[in-house]
Each structure stands twice: as C-alpha cells, then as structure tokens.
Design a protein around this ligand. Sequence first.
Ligand code: FAD
Ligand code: SF4
Ligand code: SF4
Ligand code: SF4
Length: 416
Amino acid sequence: MPQTIMELPGKCTGCGACYGVCKEKAIRYQLNEKGFYEAELNEERCIRCGQCARVCYKNPVNRGSYDLRQIKEVYAAQSREKRVVKQSTSGGIAYELAKQVLLNGGRVMGTGYNYESRRAETVIIDHPEQLKSLQGSKYLQSNTADNIQRLISEMEKDKERNYIVFGTPCQIFGISKAAEMKHFRDRMLLVEVFCHGVPSYLLWDNYLSDQEKAGKISYKVNKVSFRDKRYGWGIYTLSVHSANKTVYSTSDSCDFYKVYFDHIALHEACFQCNLRKYESSADIRLGDFWGPRYANRKDGISAVVILSERGYNLWNQVHSKLAIYGKHKISECINYQSTHNYYVNNSQMKLFYQLINENRLSLKSIRRQYRKGFSRKKRMVLFLKDLVSQLPIPIKVLLKKVLNRLNYKGKISDEG
Ligand SMILES: Cc1cc2nc3c(=O)[nH]c(=O)nc-3n(C[C@H](O)[C@H](O)[C@H](O)COP(=O)(O)OP(=O)(O)OC[C@H]3O[C@@H](n4cnc5c(N)ncnc54)[C@H](O)[C@@H]3O)c2cc1C
Ligand code: SF4
Ligand code: SF4
Ligand code: SF4
C-alpha cells in the first residue's frame, strides 16, 4: 500500500487535498517551472502516515462515486435575476445554490481572483455580499492550499455547520476523499463544473504583460472577466479593466484563448483526465448548456446534472429562484462537452515552454513558432479561423448563428 503521494503513479492535478490533510506540514504546494500548482513531498518532515495517499486521485484505489453516463437527465436552467445571469458565466446557478446555503447558515468555498498576485484563489465566504467575487469562471488553476486547510480545520471544530464547495472535478475529488476520511462528507455539498482543463500561469502572465507593453492596460488591473457577456453568452470574451483602460478580446482574436484552445499550455493532468470525462465525486455538476437547443440564447443557460440525494435536496430549495427551461437527456449536454482525450504534441509543447521562458517574444510570435509543427490540415483550419477573426464583431456574431443553424440542423430530439 503506497504511503505517500510520491509513491503513486500518474500526474498530480494540484487539487491540494494532500496539503490539506497533512498534519506534519510535510507537503509543499507551489507553482512549478511550467506555471502549475503542484504538491511535493518534504521527506524530512514526513512520518509516512499515509493520509495524503488516501485522498489522492493518483491512488488507483480511489475512484469517483458516479459515472455521468449512468445519469439520465440534465436540467437547463437560469437564475430569475437578470443581474445574476449577466455577471455569471452561464445561467447563474452557482450563485443561487451558494446563496441558499448561506441563508441556511452555511459557508461557501469557491474561487475568486486575487488582483495583487494575479492568481485565481480558493476563498471561504459567509456573507451574500461576498458572492460577487465567486461569480464567473476564472479559466486558471486556482490555488487551493490555504483554504483547504482552513476548511478542514473549521469543519473539525464546528460540527454543526454545513459547507458548499465549488471547484473543478479534480479539486472536488480531493475534497470529497478528505471529507470521507474525516467523516464530514454528509455536511458538505460538492459542486463541480464541466471542465475543459486549466492553462499555465506562464500563459496568463505573458498575456497580461503583452497587453501592458502594447499600452492596452496598465499594470494595476481591477477587474477581469473570462466570459464577459458583452457580445453574448456564446462568444467567449475576455475583458481586462485597469484604471482608465479596458481591453475586450473575443476568443478568435485573443492570444490567451488561442493558446488555451491549442492545448499547448494545458496542465499535463488534463490531457487524459477521467474526471473531465465521466467520473465524479460531486453532488451536482454545472456547465454551459452547449449544443443545439439553446445555441442562440444571448444571456446564458446552465446545464445542471444532479448526482446525489443531497444534491436534489438543495436543488429543490432553489427551484423558486430559477427559470427551468427543461429536463433533457444527458446526451444533449455531454455530447457537446470536452469528454475526449486531448492530443499531446510533445515537441511543440516543449518549444512553447522554451520560448515563453526566454521571455523575449510576444505570445503571438510564440504561437506562430509552435504552430509551424502542426499538421498541414490543422494549420489551414487555423489560418481560415484567423481570417474570420478579422471581421467586425456583429458580422462574426451573425456568422456564428448561421453556422449553428447549419451544424445543428435536425439535431434536437423532441423527447425530454
Ligand atoms: C477551468 C474551468 C473550465 C471550464 N470548462 C467548462 C467546459 O468545458 N464546459 C462547460 O460547460 N463548462 C465549463 N466550465 C464551467 C462554466 O464556465 C461555468 O462555470 C458553469 O457553466 C457554471 O456557470 P454559472 O453561471 O452557474 O456559475 P459561474 O458564475 O460560472 O460560477 C461558477 C463557480 O465556479 C467556481 N470557479 C470559478 N473559477 C474557478 C476555477 N478556476 N477553479 C475552480 N472553480 C472555479 C466559482 O467558485 C463559482 O462558484 C469551466 C469552468 C472552469 C473554472
Ligand atoms: S492529492 Fe491532489 S495535490 Fe496532492 S498529490 Fe494528489 S493530485 Fe496532487
Ligand atoms: S505520509 Fe503523512 S506525513 Fe507524510 S506527507 Fe503524507 S500525510 Fe504528510
Ligand atoms: S481537466 Fe481534469 S485535471 Fe484538468 S483541471 Fe479539469 S478536472 Fe482537473
């Protein structure tokens, strides 16, 4: 039986659960040279108690509680408050679930963005006013370490309080295993998101520094939205606001998004991640309801998959706050999610990290370099996409509508 995380095979997801349960402070949790949070063992402090290995996803004996393919239905829903929908990534369901738990006297753990460190960070809140900071996906790996420890110690001390925790499936997996080990899983409501994967902080830092050098923003950024709805829900728009300047970039013309979607700067654990696919330890999974049925909505519709009895209880409590558009077959949602393995182009990935660490080229130039190693067909598709990205935004929005119509023609089943 493996005793420590270092004896386990596979890639560390950076969930932070081992750091949270280790009482000996024998685990370091920090950014690695590729710009990802990762756990590392400090052999000198380790007493080989085995607690870290018991909560780790890399441990082959640890598996999720649910297989999404066995679930039959998915809800399409939205908060009834327009303001909430506007500030949220899809339909604002995360906000409504969290608010309900606060009203019930519980606390919320989720991810905010730290404007000083320029990092996504896990935070714990206990007042509805603070919910704003959690709204909106930060397409970055959140630093979980300190608040996972705090969560565990609060739950051990205060045995009456319930918590709702939001995170990527790997973070939720680690927290659920830690909660099971500590016997407080029944006081937790775990909510995970459908997950595309997380990109390196080297990408994010370089994106911000390119924008600064181009004079588009100043150093002190005061608001970031990865899914600004300025041009509608389906048009991924990154907005970065600084003192007197704001830059809005749609994904087809945004250097951050282009590299993210090229999968060259993704966390290695994300390439063949079963949690991104079907395995789950959550009570609820949330996502964007992509696919034909709501493709032309501008405001945002969430996909809500309820996995457990506990999940249903909370769902029933928030019903009156929501507009529920339908209950559909699960395939209508997961067929349009990233549930396949990603192809790893090792030599191009190596080139990307080499160039980004040299810190002399802009992201655009780095992209040009590594894309030279892509297949001819892929380069042609990307070239056409780059051409389309030059079009004015209203034309791109119209074009997307037409493409959706063509792509999805006849694909909506009448059942559900
Ligand atoms: C890295 C990442 C990748 C995603 N990939 C997909 C995808 O491929 N398909 C899809 O349908 N949906 C994906 N989502 C989820 C989607 O963006 C929405 O979060 C989801 O639709 C719920 O929307 P909402 O309006 O209810 O809540 P939102 O306003 O989006 O709030 C969602 C919750 O997510 C938490 N959160 C925000 N950023 C992070 C982070 N970096 N790490 C952990 N938790 C975070 C917050 O605490 C908040 O409570 C992803 C989210 C993240 C963070
Ligand atoms: S518990 Fe999470 S952070 Fe720790 S080694 Fe395992 S995957 Fe990495
Ligand atoms: S084996 Fe025990 S002491 Fe060693 S790192 Fe894991 S939890 Fe900490
Ligand atoms: S793809 Fe998997 S490993 Fe990567 S962030 Fe998502 S759940 Fe974690």
